[in-house]
Design a protein around this ligand. Structure first.
Ligand code: GZL
Length: 306
């Protein structure tokens, strides 16, 4: 019986799948949900066991999840960091346990020896592209209100940097109100309602939202204030979720910079390369996204929802 048992254990361990622990931010936006679904689907396609932790946008929950993954001795840990700071101690623990860490999407302020690689878009470029659309599509003065993403997140910091870099060169375009709405639709509606009370609504030329979710909430607020989103107030955003393509097709939103939610394949490619001994892995792997407007919104919506 001992021989049989050890044979069974050996065969099982030889056949053991790759086990990956994933500390996801939460489910605050449609983009995040699409990203999570892609991570699960791609793991299933590759026979990878994915241990998924939804951290409800709380960094403490993410750190707790990573600690659990270390205790479970997973083959690799993936973190989509909610904010940039506070990661060094837990990443040192993963390093001491020889478990590779992959950073997805937002960035962290930590020694890059503490993680294998980061897979992400260029958030500054997303802000630049959003502002360039505005510069190309307004004449004269334009007073902008801004819905920022989660405070301290790379997406909010860098998108703001990119957008401001462009409009700083155009003295008749200016941001007159700016506040975080946490990347969610509900907060986007509430903060936009505040903006519409604080400013003469007819003096607002454009909304710059760091993601589609907040923009969609703001669109509801603009309608309830009796104004026409997409016409009286131009709507500029990032992510490219299906609901936003529908809004552009209906003429109530103007433009978005698409953010690729399909991070599963590049993530598991890099993990499988690392586990097979490849040490030539770059510290940053870039994803890209195009700018989409009303011109192609209908067909793009169909393509994304069939
Ligand atoms: C940016 C990502 C942002 C999305 C939002 O890459 O971190 O987080 O733009 C999500 O939808 O909340």
């Amino acid at each position: 019986t001992f021989t049989m048992m050890s044979l069974l254990l050996f065969s099982h361990s030889a056949m053991a799948e790759t086990v990956v622990g994933f500390a996801q931010v939460g489910s605050e936006s449609g983009w995040r949900t699409n990203f999570s679904n892609d991570m699960r689907d791609e793991a299933t396609r590759r026979g990878i066991t994915l241990k998924f932790a939804d951290s409800q946008q709380q960094q403490a929950n993410q750190i707790r999840a990573v600690r659990t993954f270390i205790a479970m001795r997973v083959d690799a840990i993936v973190v989509a960091p909610v904010v940039e700071t506070g990661w060094t101690p837990i990443l040192r623990q993963a390093q001491r346990s020889n478990i590779p860490v992959i950073i997805l999407d937002r960035n962290i302020r930590a020694d890059e020896d503490l993680y294998l690689t980061r897979i992400a878009s260029d958030f500054v470029e997303e802000g630049v592209k959003a502002a360039e659309w505005l510069v190309d599509n307004v004449q004269g003065e334009c007073r902008v209100v801004e819905l920022q993403g989660t405070v301290g997140s790379t997406a909010a910091i860098d998108r703001g940097t990119g957008f401001n870099r462009v409009i700083d060169a155009h003295d008749r375009i200016s941001i007159v109100r700016s506040q975080t709405a946490e990347f969610t639709r509900n907060r986007g509606k509430e903060v936009m309602e505040n903006f519409l009370r604080a400013e003469d609504p007819r003096s607002i030329c454009a909304l710059w939202a760091h993601n589609d979710e907040m923009a969609l909430g703001a669109i509801q607020a603009i309608r309830e204030a009796g104004l026409r989103p997409g016409q009286d107030i131009r709507i500029i955003s990032v992510d490219g979720i299906p609901d936003y393509f529908l809004a552009m097709a209906n003429g109530v939103a103007n433009v978005t910079v698409e953010l690729d939610p399909h991070l599963g394949a590049p993530t598991y490619d890099v993990i499988q390369r690392y586990l097979s001994g490849d040490t030539d892995i770059p510290k940053l792997i870039r994803t890209t996204g195009d700018v989409f407007t009303q011109a192609t919104a209908e067909e793009e919506y169909q393509r994304r929802t069939q």
